[in-house]
Design a binder for this molecule. Structure first.
Ligand code: ATP
Ligand code: MG
Length: 569
């Protein structure tokens, strides 16, 4: 490809709305342009990267028996009503009407569509298992689209679905997917972890996320370096606390005045107690009612664990207004003693002695609270967010570390949720009709590219891992107007093309400085720089983008050096 003919609108400045480096660099490198919030055009350089990632995914899906399909992006409401998700899926579902006033949605995911195909065509256990996938556009009307194509509203996803006659087969495919996903992200050159994830109300116990470690990531991962345990922070278990043997003598329950002291820190300071002695009461709203969650004052509630403990469909933090209307207590003074809500407590709470809680009265707290004596608990469980340094829940002497990351892939076992709702049945060897078992497996293509940049960049620009680089080599003649330089560049370019090495020839009439800047910005692994003086001595310079190392090579025979140098990038 010739740079002069290739559309790469690079920019010196980052757009004002680009908070993370991958977004900044994708725009500056002329890979993407924004059309509307969360909706991006992918320009030629960007598309080359996405196609590379897609191809890697395709090869790994095909290797485990996946078959590619191309599915409609517009889906009829009836199908979503059948699965029960038309009502359940919130505002992320973009609902539209056609000229006949029939309802449709723009597909955020394709369980309904794929299950509809399979229920009509697959009748016997002999046709199972079946793995179908697509690499296509999805639309989710995200509340906060941001970070460019990392969290867009319209984005490209590889989405695979598998159908099985029994659980064993589902698990076999799940395991194959684990391997395929690891291969994909390894081949993309990423530093990633596969972590246990919450499967919420959909799946059984099986769900893993593939997370690329990066400080800018929206997710957090808890892991133990001793035993290898790793989970999304919202899923990271905590070790059950042990009862203290020399427990304090229980004091009597009493009210104390705490004018204006609302937060744990304020109350602890005011009453001269440690935050660990305070029971923190946090109010949430489910689809059915308000509930209270209790954790120690120096802990945070993990809403995902709470949702699972309650077994509700939705859970959000209750707004202060709602809390005050419902409990008639000003926020900051709500407490679990005599509270007219169901109370869910972390496992540490019943072990606590002589605690401090809100007294359900303005400017007042309780002291001398004995949770086992004074609080009626609906249920007790692991409700707190794991913290750095917590003892590992899985091994004897490990400790939990927390790192941020970007979820690039997610695999689930779905069980029979969709096959029951949509009646995707088959006949087993005994001739008995049964619902199929299913799994689903997604990878964000654009998000993977963005994650690669988060992990591979420097002050000058992107440093593409070789396997997903838009080009392998860029030939930079420092002055294209000089005959000798131009000829050398052209013939080297031809030779590289003949060897099927993706090469960009910077044939622009621009100054060398401009070309070097752009080459560093767009991040092609190898730069071959052809300059006058070196050329007179029969030499060219080759710079490895990643290390910035540059060496001179004899022009004759330089071609043979390229594959080896590329392998080193
Ligand atoms: P998230 O938790 O980040 O919102 P999700 O759990 O809703 O994602 P899945 O439905 O599991 O995502 O989708 C599979 C993959 O699609 C994700 O692992 C991610 O790589 C990608 N993906 C999901 N939402 C977006 C988005 N808004 N923009 C870009 N990629 C996305
Ligand atoms: Mg997810």
């Amino acid at each position: 490809m010739r740079y002069s003919k290739f559309f790469i609108p690079t920019l010196k400045e980052s757009p004002a709305d680009a908070e993370v480096v991958s977004h900044q660099l994708m725009v500056r490198a002329g890979m993407i342009r924004k059309l509307a919030a969360g909706i991006y055009s992918i320009l030629p350089l960007g598309l080359r990267v996405l196609k590379k990632i897609e191809q890697i995914i395709r090869e790994e899906m095909d290797r485990i028996g996946g078959q590619e399909t191309f599915l409609p992006s517009i889906q009829p409401a009836e199908l979503w009503r059948e699965s029960g998700r038309w009502g359940f899926y919130g505002k992320e579902l973009l609902r539209i009407r056609d000229r006949h006033n029939r309802e449709f949605c723009y597909g955020p995911t394709h369980e309904e569509v794929i299950t509809d195909i399979v229920r009509k065509e697959v009748k016997s256990y002999r046709q199972l298992p079946l793995i179908l996938y697509q690499i296509q556009t999805k639309f989710r009307d995200e509340v906060r689209p941001r970070f460019g194509i990392m969290r867009g509203r319209e984005f490209t996803m590889k989405d695979a679905y598998s159908f099985h006659a029994d659980e064993q087969s589902t698990q076999d495919t799940y395991r194959d997917m684990m391997t395929a996903y690891s291969n994909v992200f390894k081949r993309c050159g990423l530093d990633f972890r596969s972590v246990e994830a919450d499967s919420g109300t959909i799946g059984g116990s099986f769900s893993h996320e593939f997370v690329v470690l990066a400080d800018s990531g929206e997710d957090a991962v808890g892991f133990c370096e001793s035993c290898g345990y790793a989970a999304n922070l919202e899923k990271t278990e905590t070790r059950a606390a042990e009862a203290v043997t020399d427990a304090e003598a229980p004091e009597a329950l009493r009210e104390v005045e705490t004018p204006g002291q609302k937060t744990v820190e304020e109350v602890a300071e005011f009453l001269k107690v440690s935050p660990g002695r305070i029971v923190k009461t946090v109010i949430f709203e489910t689809e059915a009612e308000l509930v209270a969650a209790l954790v120690r004052g120096d802990r945070e509630v993990n809403p995902v664990k709470l949702k699972n403990l309650i077994g509700c469909q939705t859970l959000v933090a209750a707004a202060p207004k709602v809390i005050e209307t419902h409990t008639r207590v000003p926020c900051g003074f709500v407490g679990p003693v005599g509270l007219n809500l169901k109370v869910y407590a972390d496992r540490e709470i019943p072990l606590m002695r002589n605690c401090v809680t809100g007294a359900n009265k303005k400017d007042t707290h309780h002291m001398g609270v004995q949770p086992d004596r004074d609080i009626t608990l609906e249920r007790v469980g692991d409700l707190r967010l794991a913290q750095e340094g917590d003892p590992c829940p899985k091994c004897a002497d490990g400790a939990i570390k927390i790192k941020r990351g970007i979820e690039v892939g997610h695999i689930f076992i779905l069980g029979d949720k969709y096959s029951v709702a949509l009646k995707a049945h088959f006949l087993d060897p005994q001739g008995k009709e049964r619902p199929m078992q299913m799994g689903c497996y997604g990878i964000g293509v654009g998000r993977t590219a963005a994650a690669a940049i988060e992990q591979n960049h420097d002050g000058k620009g992107i440093i593409w891992p070789r396997a997903i680089a838009p080009f392998q080599v860029i030939v930079i003649p420092v002055n294209f107007a000089v005959d000798a330089i131009r000829c050398a560049a052209e013939s080297l370019y031809q030779a590289l093309c003949e060897q099927d090495i993706d090469t960009l020839l910077d044939d622009r009439p621009d100054r060398a400085g401009v070309k070097f800047k752009d080459a560093d910005l767009i991040g092609i692994p190898l730069q071959i720089i052809i300059g006058g003086k070196n050329l007179e001595q029969g030499k060219v310079e080759i710079k490895i983008r990643k290390t910035n190392e540059a060496h001179l090579y004899d022009l004759p025979g330089v071609l043979e050096k390229i594959p080896g140098l590329l392998n080193a990038t």
